[in-house]
Design a protein around this ligand. Structure first.
Ligand code: FAS
Ligand code: PHB
Length: 390
């Protein structure tokens, strides 16, 4: 079997890349280790930057997002028992974010791919990217007990943090940077109306909490918890009781609780791979980098990587140009490090670091107060939150 671009991973990065390449007339096949239902069952991101919205439009997968997504002009910071609105729209000269779940983005991209009649091999096992340091890369895999080889021009490693592509690069060719945080996020999804019109990021003595949403009838909440916590030790009732303790009185009174549709724990880490291109193999999305979700950047970085890779592939096949290929890592990493800094900063600002003691807590309180009093400080938060230009 042969294709122009072999894409490993059918998460948002792989599916978005597949659609953008298709629109450019570039043949591609996606190899995914899980089933489509399993991929759709993962509850993850919820906030899209304009850059991601634009790329979904270019991919022909934005119709339902515009019909059902929720444009948001601001967020709220809750600290000292008070909520303070950050007016993203006003502070950034008219920019906003789109609240639309990653599950729905993935569903829309899957539907667009199926409508285009493109090949996705789900439940492909033992996927191996090979010979990407030469001119004839290939990917071997097994499916339904049969071994296959996919010849290709390029390999796109969109296989997430635990994927095979980054692991296939000789260690001496790759450098990684990592910071692990001493806590995790316990998330709950429920068919209950959101507690407020906009997202609430809460910094409290009991820990961080985030009130997010998927629609006007479906909410997503997160609590900062120690890494020793286990999801099975958190009943719905325990989760709701702890969330109430981290909200202001108005939100506490507004909160509608109900049975969880999903509960999961995610560790928090910052991670970057340099470079992101190895001969004819490119890493994109979580395969190359991870951010703590506090800044809502993970999915958006995956989208911008894919935007750069689509541009590089289009220039190669349509103009014979190698410039986008050669500049891929540099272009992605500039935007990645800006998002890594912002995500680290938001995480450091909003979470409790017990080992930090009184001084760190005082600095957090001072910085939160500065943000709500200083237009310059609020603008810096706002322009990073809505996403820096490509
Ligand atoms: P993904 O991990 O989504 O997709 C990779 C795909 O590759 C998967 O389908 C996997 O099955 C497949 N794969 C892996 N190994 C393979 C192999 N060897 N062969 C074939 N296929 C293989 N971001 C936010 O912005 N906000 C959030 O709240 C948020 N919460 C998150 C919670 C969790 C638990 C995790 C893990 C991530 C979260 N993220 C969040 C980040 C997340 O949204 C990612 O940024 C996003 O999924 C990145 O998309 P991909 O790069 O496509 O990677
Ligand atoms: C979410 O809705 O899952 C979400 C929103 C904003 C974040 C993180 C997660 O910063």
């Amino acid at each position: 079997m042969r294709t122009q671009v072999a894409i490993i991973g059918a998460g948002p990065a792989g599916l978005l890349l597949g659609q953008l390449l298709y629109k450019a007339g570039i043949d591609n096949i996606i190899l995914e280790q899980r089933s489509a239902d399993y991929v759709l069952g993962r509850i993850r991101a919820g906030v899209l930057e304009q850059v991601s919205v634009d790329l979904l439009e270019a991919a022909g997968a934005a119709e339902r997002m515009h019909a059902e997504g929720l444009p948001h002009d601001g967020i709220e910071l809750l600290f000292g028992g008070q909520r303070h609105r950050i007016d993203l729209h006003e502070l950034t000269g008219g920019k906003r974010v789109m609240v639309y779940g990653q599950t729905e983005v993935t569903r829309d991209l899957m539907a667009a791919r199926a409508a285009a009649g493109l090949t996705t091999v789900y439940e492909a096992t033992n996927v191996q990217p090979l010979d990407f340091d030469g001119d004839q890369p290939r990917v071997t895999y097994e499916h339904d007990g049969v071994s296959h080889t996919l010849q290709c021009d390029f390999i796109a490693g969109c296989d997430g943090f635990h994927g095979v592509c980054r692991a296939s690069v000789p260690p001496q060719q790759i450098r990684t940077f990592e910071k692990v945080y001493p806590f995790g996020w316990l998330g709950l999804l429920s068919d209950t109306p959101p507690v407020s019109d906009e997202l609430i990021y809460a910094h409290t003595e009991r820990g961080f909490a985030l009130c997010s949403q998927r629609s006007l009838t479906r909410s997503r909440y997160y609590l900062q918890v120690p890494l020793t916590e286990k999801v099975e030790d958190w009943s719905d009732e325990r989760f709701w009781d702890e969330l109430k303790l981290r909200l202001d009185p108005e939100a506490r009174a507004q909160l509608v609780t109900g049975p969880s549709l999903e509960k999961s724990m995610a560790p928090l880490r910052s991670f970057v791979t340099e470079p992101m291109r190895f001969g004819r193999m490119f890493l994109a999305g979580d395969a190359a980098h991870i951010v703590p979700p506090t800044g809502a950047k993970g999915l958006n970085l995956a989208a911008s990587d894919v935007g750069y890779l689509h541009q590089a592939m289009t220039e190669y096949y349509q103009q014979g140009s190698y410039e986008g290929i050669e500049r891929y890592s540099e272009r992605c990493l500039r935007r990645i490090w800006n998002a890594e800094r912002f995500s680290w900063w938001m995480t450091s600002l909003m979470h409790n670091f017990p080992e930090g003691g009184g001084f760190d807590a005082k600095v957090q309180a001072a910085e939160l107060g500065y943000i709500v009093r200083s237009r310059a400080a609020a603008t810096a938060l706002a322009e990073n939150y809505v996403g820096l230009a490509l």
